[in-house]
Design a protein around this ligand. Structure first.
Ligand code: PEP
Ligand code: MN
Length: 337
């Protein structure tokens, strides 16, 4: 349930409600709106009597939350969550672009890519140092060395670093270098990892599992939020269908569906969603037209030589073109980029 405080509720009144919620065995999450405070009460509510909170001083009303994801839901927080990212943000009127190689391969390629994507208008730099690979005999990333190059690229460009963390025990290490912890599609329901990133002070980019329903995706975000980390970015990266002319299928309606269900920023990954460099720009434009708050795009100085995901990686020049055309689409739908 949520407790909606009156606009003039005092700090003492709010603290009293928080204490009462805790006494009831529920965890209170304070959502500070522009006008008033809302307290989301999370936990098993079955035997709890909402009237006991409704009579509290400073309380306007107590309402049930219908969605299973409570803190993530629009019912609890109508205003969009804006997550700061480098020199920009995700979730506001301006569409933000994160770009970079699938995997950090070496220092030179990373710095060259970072410089180019920054000049083209990106606000974040992506690149995996720990890579989840289907085939155990392939390149799995440079680990901490890759993180060092990412941090150096941030120093040089001001781009925020977005990089994947694969296991709970890696969170402290990756968190020392990253601005945003990426949880990959294959780990979307790794509940220990979700809890660990939920306790971090770094923003989290959560990718949708390719066989996850939207509700499962939002419940995965709820794991992170319920641990106290409110900086969650959702990423639609394509789902598995019978179709095989693309690597995955981009369900474009997931964008408005998520935007209606949650206040969290929604970004789209047109690279994994198509698996084909020649489709990435069109899929990115579609995402922006559908209302995405951002894109995360795989870019490589020489895609033919890429160690991972070359077929879906676009060149630095193509990326500059993508940003320009997505900017025109953003403007056409009343936003900027
Ligand atoms: C990636 O971003 O390179 C990646 C591995 O993505 P996903 O988890 O969506 O497959
Ligand atoms: Mn990739």
């Amino acid at each position: 349930m949520i407790v909606v405080m009156r606009p003039d509720a005092t700090k003492e009144q709010i603290d009293h409600i928080l204490a009462r919620v805790r006494e009831m065995g529920l965890a209170p999450h304070v959502i500070q709106g522009t006008e008033r405070v809302v307290v989301a009460c999370v936990g098993d509510e079955r035997s709890k009597a909402p009237e006991r909170l409704a009579v509290g001083a400073g309380v306007e009303k107590v309402m049930p939350v219908l969605a299973r994801y409570k803190i993530a839901s629009r019912e609890v927080k109508a205003e969009a969550t804006v997550v700061p990212l480098g020199e920009g943000a995700l979730g506001g009127n301006r569409v933000g672009v994160i770009a970079g190689p699938c995997t950090v391969e070496d220092r030179a390629m990373l710095l060259e890519t970072a410089q180019a994507v920054k000049e083209a208008g990106a606000i974040g730099l992506r690149g995996g140092a720990f890579k989840p690979r289907t085939d155990p005999y392939t390149f799995h990333g440079l680990a901490e060395e890759g993180l060092e190059y990412l941090a150096e690229a941030r120093e040089a460009t001001g781009l925020a670093v977005v990089t994947e963390v694969m296991a709970p025990e890696q969170v402290p290490l990756v968190g020392r270098y990253a601005d945003v912890l990426q949880v990959g599609a294959r780990n979307m329901q790794n509940f220990h990892l979700l809890a660990a990133v939920g306790e971090s002070d770094k923003a989290v980019l959560l990718k949708r599992g390719f066989s996850a329903h939207l509700e499962e995706f939002l419940l995965a975000a709820e794991y992170v939020l319920s641990r106290g980390n409110k900086q969650v970015i959702l990423c639609e990266r394509g789902i598995r269908t019978f179709e095989d002319y693309v690597r995955f299928t981009l369900p474009i309606a997931a964008v408005p569906a998520l935007k209606a269900a949650t206040h969290l920023p929604v970004v789209v990954d047109p690279s994994h969603a198509t698996g084909r460099a020649d489709f990435v720009e069109a899929a990115g434009r579609a995402a922006v037209a559908a209302g995405a708050d951002g894109l995360i795009v795989e870019v490589h100085p020489n895609p033919e030589e890429a160690l991972v995901d070359g077929p879906q990686s676009i060149t630095l020049e193509a990326f500059a073109g993508l940003v320009e055309s997505c900017r025109r689409v953003a403007e056409a739908v009343g936003r900027s980029l």
